[in-house]
Ligand binder design. Structure first.
Ligand SMILES: [Zn+2]
Length: 451
């Protein structure tokens, strides 16, 4: 697993690790009516007064620094380049910034969620940073102070980041997103117990039920997790485990939610980003300490595990597995496309993604080294290098330092519109499968509570 194992919500999906025991559920497919048991008076988007007010938020006039609005350095508080890089990557996420600038995000705060930061201080501090950085004439001191407040709130939310030691930017990113998610979780009551969806099957058997089972898993997930972070960054994986014992043909398929894919790399040389996706989906053998418990064989067995990306999210976070378990760095040059990236040949028609941020790691080892960010300005489309307090225009070229890549999905020449995920509106669930054939949208109603 990745670096953020202790986090309570799905965070990082990576290769390796054995089969964690899970509740086996019946594989009865859900009926279309199962989603209509709750009332449907829910907004489907963040757009009420949102899009019109956004126009006044952004200006094409350059700042006195000669840089476009939103492009600023952040102070190094003492070995906090990993933190600054994380913030820059998120601050450069257009839909998340729109949410904090133009949407009434305060009504979504959830102080009673025990998994949230204390008094939702993390989200309040981050929202203040967004407002400060994206104001039309921010002072350096106001940016520094807003940045420090986020750091204080993050350290309080997760003590891993206390002190001023070097940390991993992907770990910090997942922690920050996790905090924002729980602070803004629209599930107001205590989270219901939901059984994992698991299909207990045999090798080579019919998989036609998987589309519905994937939707069932997503529905179960939404009963516990609904937030702007889910809407933007979370997708779904299908994992398949096959028993390798001769004579046993047991195969188990599960669906899991992810927020960042950690893609394996070839050692050395050069490879494409598509190639690292293929490596991610290559089967691996679970053996030795990683053996899997097969309930048919009634013992731990060697097994084959295969993970496939099942549903892609609107904002796709990709971590390149640059560090071995011994934190030795892998310097493979991954040629990641700046635009029109097609991660996989499915679903059909393909999804196209444009790169908007890169976290870069410079130096030889994970413990040392230095992080910077490369962010595309939404104002003038130029790339900028953000190195602690320094910000400057850059070409935006691919190099061996790319570590975490942030892409957003493009539809019809523009960024995809964010769809609020809720149990009652399955027609808004992530695209990728023929869900429209399974569910029809509820009747249109205006207003209602925010969920
Ligand atoms: Zn078996």
């Amino acid at each position: 697993m990745g670096l953020c194992q202790s986090l309570p919500t799905p965070n990082v999906a990576s290769k390796g690790g054995g089969g964690k025991k899970r509740v086996v559920t019946s594989s009865t497919p859900p009926s279309a009516t199962s989603t209509s048991r709750l009332h449907s008076r829910k907004p489907s988007s963040y757009s009420s007064n949102h899009l019109t007010s956004l126009n006044s938020m952004y200006t094409s006039t350059l700042l006195p620094s000669g840089l476009p609005q939103g492009v600023h350095g952040l102070p190094n508080l003492g070995n906090t380049c990993f933190f600054n890089t994380t913030l820059q990557l998120l601050l450069g996420t257009p839909a998340l910034t729109d949410y904090f600038l133009a949407y009434d995000w305060k009504q979504e705060l959830n102080p009673s969620n025990f998994q949230a930061s204390k008094n939702n201080s993390l989200t309040k501090a981050y929202a203040n940073l967004v407002k400060t950085v994206w104001s039309k004439s921010p002072s350096k001191s106001s940016i520094n102070s807003a940045c420090k407040s986020v750091h204080t709130a993050l350290c309080s939310f997760n003590s891993t980041f206390k002190g001023y030691g070097q940390h991993d930017t992907s770990e910090c990113l997942l922690c920050l997103l996790d905090g924002l998610h729980e602070d803004l979780n629209r599930v107001r009551t205590s989270k219901p117990y939901v059984e994992d969806v698991e299909i207990d099957s045999t090798i080579g058997s019919d998989k036609s039920q998987d589309v519905e089972m994937g939707l069932k898993a997503w529905e179960g997930y939404l009963l516990r997790n609904k937030s702007i972070i889910v809407d933007l960054f979370q997708g779904q994986l299908r994992s398949t485990l096959r028993c390798k014992t001769p004579g046993c043909d047991r195969e188990v398929r599960r669906f899991e939610t992810f927020m960042c894919l950690t893609l394996p790399l070839d050692k050395g040389g050069e490879m494409s980003l598509e190639g690292s996706f293929r490596l991610f989906e290559e089967p691996e053998v679970l053996e030795g300490d990683n053996q899997w418990y097969c309930s048919k064989c009634k013992r731990h067995v060697d097994a084959e595990k295969c993970i496939e990306v099942w549903v892609l999210p609107p904002c796709l976070l990709l971590g390149l597995k640059r560090f071995t378990n011994g934190r030795r760095k892998i310097n493979t040059l991954v040629s990641y496309p700046l635009s029109s990236f097609v991660p996989l040949n499915r679903p059909s028609p393909p999804h196209f993604y444009d790169l908007y941020s890169v976290s870069r790691h410079h130096g030889g080892t994970g413990a040392g080294g230095h992080y910077t960010a490369l962010v595309r300005s939404r104002i003038n489309d130029n790339w900028h290098s953000l190195n602690d307090s320094n910000a400057c225009k850059e070409k935006g070229e691919v190099d061996r330092d790319g570590y975490v890549l942030a892409y957003c999905r493009m539809v019809g020449g523009g960024r995809e519109h964010v769809r609020r995920q809720s149990v009652t509106m399955p027609h808004l669930w992530p695209a990728g499968h023929s869900k429209s054939k399974l569910f029809s949208p509820p009747p249109k109603k205006e207003g209602g509570e925010i969920t």
